[in-house]
Design a protein around this ligand. Structure first.
Ligand code: F42
Length: 326
């Protein structure tokens, strides 16, 4: 399965055109990110729904802190209606830095995710919801209609979140690009699934990858460097060490990003960092990396930011060379 991620920092109409193009190229899913400083995710998905016919439409990913979980159920149910049953819901604990800026306390992200998914499933099935959770408390609320079976994906990287995904989700969106990270992630997902008595194959394993594809290697790399720099600066030391990346070098990049010194940032991104944190290069090399991930058990490749130096061309290249060759 193939997905594509768009960030609504671009105008919604522009994303509608990209999404139609992606649908025509054979992508199965489009995932729209959710951050307060971009356009609203559900309004965006509604417009995409009206401009497409087959592609599934997902939040990639929303969170349980900025919206009450009943409102999330109501919003995704509307997208499911408008699109004729094409909604998928990605949810994750969210991004601490943006919550700090919004004055929202980020407490118990793991437990909040678990309790939110439990409540969501109940709301979507049209049941009366009584849930006396520690983080999610619902007292006899009920949707006025049955939304139907909307797949729920969890955004996860940490071992406990991945295990939770194995226990309770239909799929997981993992922000990573390298086989080493997925080998570890898949073990955690499998452990969670087994704990819950599920077949691990029920869980769609998504690589939410930093992707950049172009016929010219250097152009693909040029487009992805800044994205990789942000990933490096935000990665925990365990992940950096797993890829043999010097923690000091990552700190240097983080400090330069903080100062807005992007010359230093771009100069400090190494080939090893590009290899660890992106799928980037010519169609042939991207196809090989995609095949390696599929071999170890990744079942959905999500073509994430930046996609490529020219989005239209890169979406077409991905369709022809990666989806077409699969
Ligand atoms: N975040 C956004 O805000 N917007 C997006 O559009 C977005 C997209 C996205 C796409 C893919 C993806 O993988 C992630 C994405 N994210 C996005 C980020 C996402 O919302 C999550 O923040 C991220 O995936 C979670 O990272 P994580 O799996 O590392 O989880 C964190 C919370 C973590 O620390 N996990 C630990 C672990 O081992 O998994 C567990 C920590 C723990 O156990 N906490 C306990 C608890 O109950 O929360 C208690 C701790 C205590 O004592 O309070």
């Amino acid at each position: 399965m193939f997905g594509i991620e768009f960030v609504p920092s671009d105008p919604v109409q522009k994303l509608a055109a990209y999404t139609k193009l992606a649908e025509d190229q054979g992508f199965d899913n489009v995932w729209i990110t959710d951050h307060y400083n971009n356009r609203d995710v559900y309004t965006t998905l509604a417009v995409l729904a009206l401009n497409t016919n087959t592609i599934k439409l997902g939040t990639g990913v929303t969170n349980p802190y900025t919206r009450n979980i009943a409102m999330t159920a109501s919003s995704i149910a509307a997208i499911n209606d408008i699109s004729g049953g094409r909604a998928i819901l990605g949810i994750g604990p969210g991004d601490k830095a943006t919550f700090d800026a919004m004055g929202i306390a980020w407490e118990k992200p793991l437990l909040t995710s678990r309790e939110s998914i439990q409540a969501l499933r109940a709301f979507l099935s049209g049941k009366k919801v009584d849930q006396a959770g520690e983080m999610v408390k619902i007292a006899g609320a009920k949707m006025a209609f049955k939304a139907g079976d909307i797949p729920i994906y969890l955004g996860a990287q940490g071992p406990k979140m991945l295990e939770l995904a194995g226990e309770v989700s239909d799929g997981v969106l993992i922000n990573a690009s390298h086989p080493k990270d997925f080998e570890i992630a898949i073990k955690a997902i499998e452990a969670g699934a087994k704990k819950a008595g599920r077949d691990p194959k029920e869980v769609d394993v998504g690589a939410y990858a930093c992707f950049s594809i172009d016929k010219k290697e250097e152009k693909a790399v040029g487009a992805a460097k800044i994205v990789v720099a942000f990933i490096v600066s935000g990665s925990p030391p365990t992940v950096l060490e797993r890829h043999g990346i010097d923690v000091e070098a990552a700190n240097t990049i983080g400090a330069a990003i903080g100062k807005g010194d992007f010359g230093t940032v771009l100069g400090a991104v190494t080939d090893e960092m590009m290899d660890a944190f992106s799928i980037c290069g010519t169609p042939e090399s991207c196809a090989e990396k995609v095949a390696n991930l599929q071999k170890i058990g990744v079942t959905q490749i999500v073509c994430g930011s930046p996609i490529g130096p020219d989005k239209d061309k890169s979406i077409k290249l991905f369709g022809k060379e990666i989806i077409g060759g699969n």
